[in-house]
Design a binder for this molecule. Structure first.
Ligand SMILES: Cc1cc2nc3c(=O)[nH]c(=O)nc-3n(C[C@H](O)[C@H](O)[C@H](O)COP(=O)(O)O)c2cc1C
Ligand code: SF4
Length: 430
């Protein structure tokens, strides 16, 4: 039976305080890391195979290894706590209920790459969580777990919370760096990558909150333990955010051997009110929808990729049979149109056009040729933008067109949403 690692005591009263965290072994990973050579810490994280939990699944140890060791410039660790992808709410739980785990991960990462400062870039709307982090930092500093000469090792480390600009795009790593520097959160051209030219032009590691929170246990329990928790190349514990039409939405910790079906049925209590599953978005709004016949795959990076979608931020948005898929796509594109940073034309203009066409179809005013136009607009965004936002925003459109074309066509043929009246817009379903 899998014992939670990241959320083992988050339900305890005052779990966010240093005393409670110390009772559960907090900062033991940092203590051990400081007895190792920085290169050895990087090798340990590499050997664990831990993959980035922010969306792309890039191996964290490899990323740390890209930071040039001989650079005379200061180095930085940025913890990406922007968490703005629709359906994603896991980092929030870690920061609010187990902040010392996140701080410990940041400090170990700093030690490994030779940084003395880490910034936690937190979503602007997370006022309360930012306060929890600030208090945790003050507590850790006052008791010598952060600051000067930690554990008498000679290692200095400070962590600062930077409240974000309230934009989804600010979570894209290079836009995050711009925002941290006080500029508009718009992406940079790459290469050079942040590991070489990052914050203030200095080598910078950017990792997701959950990625960094995995590091202390990798150090204390060893990389083999971590890797063996999950399937090959998909090791470690994983947080899943399950939302939508389930009985018990929430954040659940499991291993990546768990299937999507088990997460929905066993963890989240199954589809609400005994209804049937229509589709699931497995990894946040930017990942393609999956059909019920595909959900027996492992909820891992590779398992979901084989099933035709992506694990992304592990945000499963579950939709039952009352959901109009044209409305669902329009709803998501409404978000993307609003959040496009506007720097490149295909993304900025394309989102607007996709939304116009989707709303026209949803209103029952669509024509069959609109489907071709919709596909063409989406295909002219894919791979033609400065950052992955462009590819993200076409996923809801292209995947619903692929799997639910009949529903689009029925809207056009019937001049209205084909679902029963009580499930249509303004009704019970959407
Ligand atoms: C539009 C957009 C928004 C993103 N938002 C976040 C976010 O809120 N949190 C996050 O960790 N990564 C986010 N990412 C991914 C980051 O660019 C980056 O890959 C990640 O922070 C790297 O950390 P990881 O390797 O630990 O996953 C976003 C990417 C894009 C394109
Ligand atoms: S793809 Fe969209 S979000 Fe990314 S840089 Fe271009 S306009 Fe901005």
């Amino acid at each position: 039976m899998f014992e939670p690692v990241l959320t083992s005591f988050v339900r305890e009263p005052n779990s966010f305080t240093l005393d409670v965290a110390l009772g559960h072994g907090a900062y033991e990973g940092l203590r051990k890391a400081l007895t190792m050579a920085p290169a050895q810490v990087i090798e340990t994280v590499k050997a664990s195979g831990v993959r980035g939990r922010g969306g792309a699944g890039f191996p964290a140890g490899m990323k740390w290894g890209f930071v040039p060791k001989d650079s005379p410039k200061p180095k930085y660790v940025c913890c990406n706590a922007d968490e703005s992808e629709p359906g994603t709410f896991k980092d929030h739980v870690l920061m609010e209920r187990n902040p010392h785990l996140v701080l410990e991960g940041c400090a170990i990462s700093c030690f490994a790459i030779g940084a003395k400062v880490s910034y936690i870039y937190i979503r602007g709307e997370f006022h309360h969580v930012a306060d929890v982090l600030e208090s945790a930092i003050a507590e850790a500093r006052a008791r010598g777990y952060l600051g000067q000469n930690i554990f008498g090792s000679g290692f200095d480390c400070d962590i600062f919370v930077h409240r974000g600009a309230g934009a989804y795009e600010a979570g894209e790593e290079s836009a995050l760096l711009e925002s941290l520097e006080g500029k508009r959160a718009q992406p940079r051209l790459r290469p050079p990558f942040p590991a070489v030219v990052g914050l203030y032009g200095c080598p910078t590691v950017i990792n997701n909150v959950e990625t960094l929170a995995n590091v202390p246990a990798i150090i204390t329990k060893g990389p083999e333990w971590f890797a063996a928790l999950g399937p090959d190349k998909n090791g470690g514990p994983k947080l899943y955010c399950i939302s939508g039409h389930v009985e018990r939405p929430g954040v659940y910790e499991a291993t990546m051997r768990t299937t999507v079906r088990q997460l929905i049925n066993d963890y989240a209590g199954g589809i609400r009110k005994g209804r049937t599953l229509k589709a699931v978005i497995p990894g946040g709004s930017s990942t393609p929808v999956m059909l019920p016949n595909a959900i027996d795959c492992e909820a891992s990076y590779d398992g979901i990729a084989k099933a035709g979608s992506m694990l992304g931020s592990a945000a499963m948005i579950v939709m039952d049979d009352t959901t109009c898929m044209v409305w669902a796509a329009a709803n998501l594109i409404h978000f993307y149109r609003h959040e496009s940073c506007g720097k490149c034309t295909p993304c900025r203009e394309g989102a607007d056009w996709m939304l116009k066409i989707l709303l026209k179809i949803e209103r029952g005013e669509g024509e069959m040729r609109d489907l071709k136009l919709l596909e063409s607009v989406a295909n002219n965004i894919t791979g033609k933008t400065l950052c992955p936002f462009g590819d993200a925003e076409v996923a809801p459109v292209l995947s619903t067109l692929q799997h639910f074309r009949h529903e689009y066509e029925a809207h056009i043929r019937e001049g209205r949403c084909p679902l029963p009246a009580e499930w249509r817009c303004g009704g019970g379903g959407h």
